[in-house]
Write a protein that binds this ligand. Structure first.
Ligand code: 2RA
Length: 335
């Protein structure tokens, strides 16, 4: 059987990656419906080698849609996702709008696929920084029980979207040509800089991005895990990198950790310090896997472990995870 698939936010950085991922994984698409804001309607894209016209994402656009992959921002999802569900589509939403809603499963197929069984038409894709962390940590949690996670992230500008990608490019060119550097997307220059400020600051002086990692980890993996996050924007175009410190409940042997991670779904271990081999953002770009390296015991606490985890934030961090959810819905006949 083939399916009618809508991609909402089709012209955005993640929307384009969703279309590319559907093609590359040969998802059984009957009809593709690229949807975007009204002013972008009429734009032509190429899907499976054929031109397709982008239509407006609005009421009535979902009547003949089986699955709607959304990456249109939280405000648009708040309004449009319920409309799409009401019109008969199953929505996989990449925005933060519905992630913490009790009636919405928050799913990483390698981590908690069973949560799909109780969906009520709307499924949420976790935040990119959460996805790559939990793909790496799930097998360790299963084996040893994780007590606490301390994570620092080094996030690519593509996580903000196309405007941020363009701004970093412009700032680099301005720097090279000794022209004045302007910052519109971020509060400060991002080129050659590091901003410990992703999304807004909250009352507790964490940012929204940092608290997403806390709350989403507790919803997806285990509500008893303590998480502390510091999320940082760096001048990298693609792939988020994360330094993860984990305190386990049970003692472990380091060789076991390597064995577990090497056989973990969605994980590729890159770890050979003697050969200076470790995961790097530029190598993760365009790849499906979550790359794990710098695996070493934390010598400062009992049952402590350090990891360096890198993944393409637009791919496994967003588009691929959403398409894998769609694939799992088909495989488990949950449509
Ligand atoms: C970011 N994770 O990187 C957030 C949203 N994609 O900006």
């Amino acid at each position: 059987r083939k399916y009618n698939i809508a991609v909402v936010g089709a012209l955005g950085a993640v929307g384009r990656e969703m279309l590319k991922t559907l093609e590359q994984r040969e998802f059984p698409v009957e009809v593709i419906k690229p949807l975007d804001i009204l002013s972008n309607a009429g734009t032509e894209i190429i899907f499976q080698g054929k031109p397709v016209v982008v239509q407006a994402a609005e009421t009535g656009a979902f009547k003949d849609v089986d699955i709607a992959l959304f990456s249109a921002g939280a405000d648009a999802s708040k309004i449009l996702a319920p409309i799409a569900v009401a019109e008969g589509a199953i929505v996989v939403d990449n925005s933060s709008a519905w992630r913490m809603d009790d009636d919405v499963p928050l799913v990483i197929p390698e981590v908690n696929p069973d949560a799909l069984s109780w969906h009520k038409g709307l499924i949420a894709n976790p935040n990119c920084s959460t996805i790559q962390m939990l793909v790496a940590l799930k097998p360790l949690h299963d084996q040893y029980g994780i007590k606490r996670i301390v994570v620092s992230t080094y996030q690519a500008v593509s996580g903000t979207g196309q405007k941020a990608i363009d701004e970093l490019n412009q700032q680099i060119q301005d720097y090279v040509s000794a022209s004045p550097i302007r910052s519109n997307v971020y509060p400060y220059q991002i080129a050659f800089n590091a901003l410990p400020h992703i999304d807004i600051f909250l009352e507790n002086n964490y940012t929204k991005e940092e608290m997403k990692m806390v709350h989403e980890t507790n919803k997806i993996l285990d509500k008893n895990i303590s998480v502390s996050a510091t999320t940082v924007r760096i001048p990298v175009f693609r792939s988020h990198s994360e330094s993860i410190n984990v305190e386990m409940k049970k003692p472990f042997v380091l060789d076991e950790i390597f064995t577990i991670l090497k056989s973990a779904p969605g994980v590729v271990v890159v770890d050979n310090p003697a050969e200076a081999q470790y995961p790097m953002a530029i190598e993760a770009e365009g790849q499906d896997s979550v790359f794990v390296g710098r695996i070493r015991r934390d010598l400062s606490i009992e049952n402590g472990l350090n990891l360096w985890v890198v993944a393409d934030n637009l791919r496994k961090g967003a588009a691929l995870n959403a398409v894998q959810i769609a694939e799992t819905l088909v495989q488990k006949n949950l449509l």
